[in-house]
Design a protein around this ligand. Sequence first.
Ligand SMILES: NC(=O)c1ccc[n+]([C@@H]2O[C@H](COP(=O)([O-])OP(=O)(O)OC[C@H]3O[C@@H](n4cnc5c(N)ncnc54)[C@H](OP(=O)(O)O)[C@@H]3O)[C@@H](O)[C@H]2O)c1
Length: 264
Amino acid sequence: MDLQLRNKVALISGGSKGIGFSTAKAFAKEGCNLGICSRNETEIRDAKEELEELGVRVMAVQADVCQPESAKTFVEQSAKEFGRIDFLVNNVGGGIGGSTVVSTSDDDWISTFELNLFQVIRLIRLVVPYVSSSKGGAIVNVSSISGWLPQLSGSPQYGAAKAALIFLTERIALELVGHNIRVNTVSPSSIQNTRGWDQFKHQNPESFASYVKNGFPMGRLGYPEEIADVIVYLCSQRANWINGRHIPVDGLEQPIAVAERRPW
Ligand SMILES: NC(=O)c1ccc[n+]([C@@H]2O[C@H](COP(=O)([O-])OP(=O)(O)OC[C@H]3O[C@@H](n4cnc5c(N)ncnc54)[C@H](OP(=O)(O)O)[C@@H]3O)[C@@H](O)[C@H]2O)c1
């Protein structure tokens, strides 16, 4: 299937590793030029070099998307380099702080909402004028299974922020119809070769094995590439009739029985 992405431009927040880097690679394999960012300068430079080997142009910016000026620099430098932006993938996100409502602080909630929601809204505001003047395109937000399937594992502030992102997706999609920009969300389940799950696997192999056995009918965690392919498809014109939707990409991950996860 030709996704017709050659010479288009995709911006991916957090493209140096994990799902973001796999998404950048999947776009590059389709001939799509890239703007990527991350806080670690060496890692974003290494990512740029690897992606350029696939024959596309890459603008790599050391930026923290939670800092408004830094996010602005990322978008403006990418737009200046390419003269257009067609797609935005809001990939940056994660959980910060305590794991139960009663043990969390206000700061845990504020910083988690900043990381998973507020910076996404700012990036969308920054990017819409460019996408709009490129005759339209697409935005894909990366939420999580935690945003629609409440479980005791994972932190409540992370799930709530990801749920808000899912809610907002349809709302923004309705607003942007007139700009010819589609907005969708993918919700991955637990994905291997990403920072969090790699740490869990190495630090506690026995509980990791039990987690996989009990929670995953398909016998494994997902791969970043399996999320990346869906994101790239959603950006392409082939997905023109999918708008404002939330797409779980979760290999049928199951909530683990409460008794096995009880934190007391
Ligand atoms: N992994 C999973 O199992 C899973 C499951 C469901 C949903 N998700 C969601 O998928 C997305 C990606 O997760 P991941 O596991 O692939 O993450 P990851 O492996 O930790 O990679 C995160 C990427 O984002 C960058 N980043 C983080 N904070 C940033 C910031 N403030 N500004 C700019 N760049 C930043 C990181 O580079 P620096 O650290 O150098 O900045 C890195 O490039 C997140 O939204 C996450 O919530 C992940």
